[in-house]
Design a protein around this ligand. Structure first.
Ligand code: ADP
Ligand code: ZN
Length: 217
């Protein structure tokens, strides 16, 4: 599959993307995960991105597109689930051109719609595996890590992200409303948009897989 997952921070893009990879072997490409790995590794990209991320602001489009062009060149033929990208209209336009050049156009854009109170609750209770090769997502209430905050998949420490302070969460939601939400209209006009309002991950995955099958058939 070649799809984009749209939705506010905390809408479940990462969790849903991980489950979709099991469906047909398509890979999850999370710009947030790629950026956090770059920050940890101290690369030039990571050094430039860090302050934006800590505040909850978007990393400039130019840096994101450089990173994603490199990522698509690595394995241009694989199926992908884009998680957290594109996040601005210019990123969406650049992505369209990039995929056109690769002859791998998007098949579907899924908008995960989640009520604001659910989002706020999830973001404050979310925890993430600190192992960049794993990035498993937990929730202290509904899906806690193992004893000692250990990741149940890889055993690494499970932590709260640096941008999960109340200030940064507020900023991320504001940035989402202003800069990312306009992508819903953008992709609706191109006929690619599917809106999903379920909150349960398994139900969301089922709806997406069903919509993809209906599209092919
Ligand atoms: P969430 O969706 O929960 O906010 P992500 O892990 O997708 O979290 O993103 C974390 C941060 O990484 C964002 O707040 C932003 O600073 C940066 N980031 C991720 N993807 C992009 C993108 N496509 N464009 C600009 N900045 C991005
Ligand atoms: Zn892990």
């Amino acid at each position: 599959m070649r799809i984009v997952l749209l939705g506010a921070p905390g809408a479940g893009k990462g969790t849903v993307a991980k489950q979709l990879t099991a469906h047909d072997g398509s890979v999850q490409i999370s710009t947030g995960d790629l950026l956090r790995a770059a920050v940890r590794a101290g690369t030039p990209l990571g050094q430039q991105a860090q302050a934006f991320m800590q505040r909850g602001d978007l990393v400039p489009d130019r840096l994101i597109m450089g990173m994603m062009e490199a990522r698509f060149q690595e394995r241009p033929d694989e199926g992908f689930i884009l998680d957290g990208f594109p996040r601005t209209i210019p990123q969406a336009v650049s992505l369209g051109l990039l995929l056109k050049g690769l002859d791998r156009p998007l098949e579907m854009v899924v908008n995960l719609v989640v009520p604001e109170e659910v989002i706020l609750d999830r973001l404050t209770t979310r925890r993430t595996c600190s192992n960049p090769a794993c990035n498993a997502i937990y929730n202290v209430k509904s899906n806690p890590p193992a004893a000692g905050d250990a990741c149940r998949a890889c055993g690494s420490k499970v932590v709260q992200r640096e941008d999960e302070t109340p200030e940064a969460i507020g900023r991320r939601l504001e940035v989402y409303r202003q800069q990312t939400n306009p992508l819903v209209g953008h992709y609706d006009r191109t006929g690619l948009l599917v809106t999903v309002t379920e909150l349960d991950t398994a139900a969301i995955v089922k709806t997406i897989v069903g919509a993809l099958a209906a599209q092919v058939g």
